[in-house]
Ligand binder design. Structure first.
Ligand code: S3P
Length: 440
């Protein structure tokens, strides 16, 4: 089991790109695989999560050819040959690894197929709630059985078939649930509408439109018309702002630091982290350079400052949910209080991120009050180095590696293999930052 050791840094001066966006990579593998021909996908994220989705599509009969790969990980550039919406029954259980996005999106897809399949994953994934997709997909006509030890948890046995269109009001703001229903809706004969309680990341809608599938957005009502086939097209995936977030915080709270993250996704449903950091006193400039593939991307430039705490607004939470661990670290390093409420969803991520963040911050000397739906951090006390567990959660591992760059003494994060689920090459990038260089 690997671990990461960090010591405090005095300077951070770097310009680089982070790997491709995880959310967009999953969707690209799925939509290209359903399309009517070959699609070249560039800057695919070669992380374990996204490789699982690629393997899943391959088990469903979709061929792909690797053009470029990241050594020791997986493809970064590939041609996916669309199967014209005609998938085949997988010969084995479909393994989604650690990926909630992979499992929930694939469940939507499999619910509409005329065969039985089983979706499974690792222990963490098999303890996360799947009732949220089972219920709407069952209403559309699929039969899904949760075979896990915990009620409503994976493995999922899906007996798919002809689905009927529907309008579904989501009780929780979830892009994964929305996307599962829209993908299932593609296989119906009518209009399927998802009503979200508040805005969630909109990559599926954007990619459907990019692949020329007729869909409509009217505020928080998102609809797709069934009976259409995505048009095969090439696609370039922007860098993942959720991966960039670790470096953005590392620089934002270090006075004098300068960081330029290039070609990173700037989709407005993903940039709430920047708004919060700016409220905390950070100096951040972001510039959209292009929207060629239906997703805005560009550069983010950060100049380090001393930060102060802020309140994260309830409506901001879905659009920074994955950044809460690293924002909490920023809160501990800032002066004053930071509060995060309305974030109960954090308890059902790759770990219970309210308790894992609070435990690790407290171990480093921070004052944290934990609530059922969030936490309040009284920042400004110096953090001290510690041996900390990642709890098998990639974002906890990376957030606390960054905390270690700003703590006194040495910090060691144990159990860090999980980082490969979202950020292959993180350790290499960290080594370069520690050495005062720009990662390559
Ligand atoms: C994701 C949506 C988010 C996020 C996850 C990726 C997606 O979850 O936490 O890491 O790609 O759709 P929700 O389904 O809770 O929005």
């Amino acid at each position: 089991m690997s671990s990461i050791k960090v010591k405090p840094i005095k300077d951070l001066w770097a310009e680089f790109e982070v790997p491709g966006d995880k959310s967009i990579s999953h969707r690209a593998a799925i939509l290209a695989g359903l399309s009517n021909g070959p699609c070249q996908i560039d800057n695919y994220l070669p992380s374990e999560d996204c490789i699982c989705t690629l393997n899943a599509m391959s088990n469903l009969g979709v061929d792909y050819e690797v053009l470029e790969a990241m050594e020791g990980f997986g493809p970064t550039s590939l041609i996916i040959r669309g199967k014209k919406m005609d998938l085949s029954k997988p010969e084995e259980e479909v393994d989604c690894g650690n990926s909630g996005t992979g499992m929930r999106l694939l469940a939507g897809l499999l619910a509409a197929q005329p065969f039985e399949s089983v979706l499974t994953g690792d222990a963490s994934l098999c303890s996360r709630p799947m009732g949220r997709i089972m219920k709407p997909l069952a209403e559309m006509g699929a039969s899904i059985e949760a075979l896990g030890e915990k009620p409503g948890c994976a493995p999922l046995r899906i007996t798919g078939g002809k689905l009927k269109e529907m309008t579904y009001e989501m009780p929780v703001a979830s892009a994964q649930v929305k996307s599962a229903i829209l993908l299932a809706g593609l296989f119906t004969e009518g209009k399927t509408t998802v009503v979200q309680p508040s805005e969630t990341r909109d990559h599926t809608e954007r990619m459907l439109a990019y692949f020329q599938v007729r869909s409509v957005r009217d505020g928080n009502h998102i609809s797709v018309y069934g009976g259409q086939m995505p048009e095969s097209r090439d696609f370039r995936i922007p860098g993942d702002i959720s991966s960039a977030a670790f470096w953005i915080v590392a620089a934002a709270c270090l006075p004098g630091a300068h960081l330029l993250i290039k070609n990173v996704g700037l989709n407005p449903t993903r940039t709430a982290l920047l708004d919060v950091l700016i409220r905390m006193g950070a100096q951040i400039k972001d510039v959209v350079l292009s929207e060629e593939y239906g997703e805005p991307y560009g550069n983010i430039e950060i100049t380090g400052k001393s930060l102060h705490g802020t309140e994260i607004k309830p409506e901001e939470v879905p659009n920074l949910i994955d950044e809460v661990p690293i924002l909490a670290v920023a809160g501990a390093l800032a002066q004053g209080k930071m509060s995060i409420r309305n974030a109960k969803e954090l308890r059902v991520k790759e770990s219970d991120r309210i308790s894992t963040v609070a435990d690790n911050l407290r171990a480093m000397g921070a004052e944290v009050e934990e609530y059922e739906d969030g936490m309040e951090i009284s920042g400004g006390k110096p953090l001290h180095g510690q041996v900390l567990d990642s709890f098998g959660d990639h974002r906890i591992a990376m957030a606390f590696a960054i905390a270690g760059l700003h703590a006194k003494g040495e910090t060691e994060i144990t159990n860090t293999d999980c980082i490969n689920t979202s950020y292959p090459g993180f350790s290499k990038h960290l080594e370069a930052i520690k050495a005062g260089k720009s990662p390559k």
